[in-house]
Write a protein that binds this ligand. Sequence first.
Ligand SMILES: Nc1ncnc2c1ncn2[C@@H]1O[C@H](COP(=O)(O)OP(=O)(O)OP(=O)(O)O)[C@@H](O)[C@H]1O
Ligand SMILES: Cc1cn([C@H]2C[C@H](O)[C@@H](COP(=O)(O)O)O2)c(=O)[nH]c1=O
Length: 224
Amino acid sequence: MSGKLIIIESGSDASGKATQSELIYEKLKNEGVKVRKVQYPNYESESSTLVKMYLRGDFGKNADDVDAYIASTFFTADRYASYKTEWEDFYKEGGVVIADRYTTSNMVHQASKMAVEDRDKYLDWLDDYEYGMFKMPRPDVVIFLNVPVEFSRKLMADRMNKFTGEKEKDIHERDAEYLERTYRNSLYIADKYGWKIVECIKDGELRSIDDINNEIYKIVHEVL
Ligand SMILES: Nc1ncnc2c1ncn2[C@@H]1O[C@H](COP(=O)(O)OP(=O)(O)OP(=O)(O)O)[C@@H](O)[C@H]1O
Ligand SMILES: Cc1cn([C@H]2C[C@H](O)[C@@H](COP(=O)(O)O)O2)c(=O)[nH]c1=O
């Protein structure tokens, strides 16, 4: 009996995915739920080597220098390695997996490189690639944190690069036009795939971490 796969996604970097995933993980663990948390990219693993090369600009200084299909394969391979070595058995034995990013990040980020008329073709290809060819499990729910770029930019400003530990941003984060385009694309995707949208801005202000988490917690319990 397979478990549950719960994804925390967003359309903007530094929007609280890691923060919210950790809080949900702790809450479920304290309730005695058999739960694990994973995060993508899996920077701790050597499987993320090509992802790191891509994000630091070894294949091109701009995100758009690397074709969406090619870049997607780096992230998929990293995810596959994590799935096969870290959580496939746990999940297939009924465990609950909370993922900070998943295939959904390729949908949000890489699809934003496509011309609008080519986007659905890419999304169909990706679906077949990750869930068909690689046989990665499909999410039971995707919880989408809606944080417009003007808010996430502030959260990103002081945050260190996750794999270099330096202040220098990766090729996605340092491209303002790319971030705007990705955010717009994410709204299209969230609607198309029926993701559960958590509006993180209220009355022009970012909601508190706990307030957002209470909403996410309810969604999670609808799935369990
Ligand atoms: N609702 C919030 N209010 C204030 N600060 C927040 C909120 N949510 C997250 N933060 C802060 O914003 C920063 C980025 O958060 P976090 O690392 O969780 O984002 P992320 O979406 O996982 O980032 P990335 O897209 O790079 O993976 C952190 O310093 C975190 O403490
Ligand atoms: C998993 C995954 C990620 N990406 C993109 C999304 C972000 O811009 C970076 C990762 O940055 P983080 O701050 O370390 O989270 O990579 C992607 O395009 N495809 C994916 O599958």
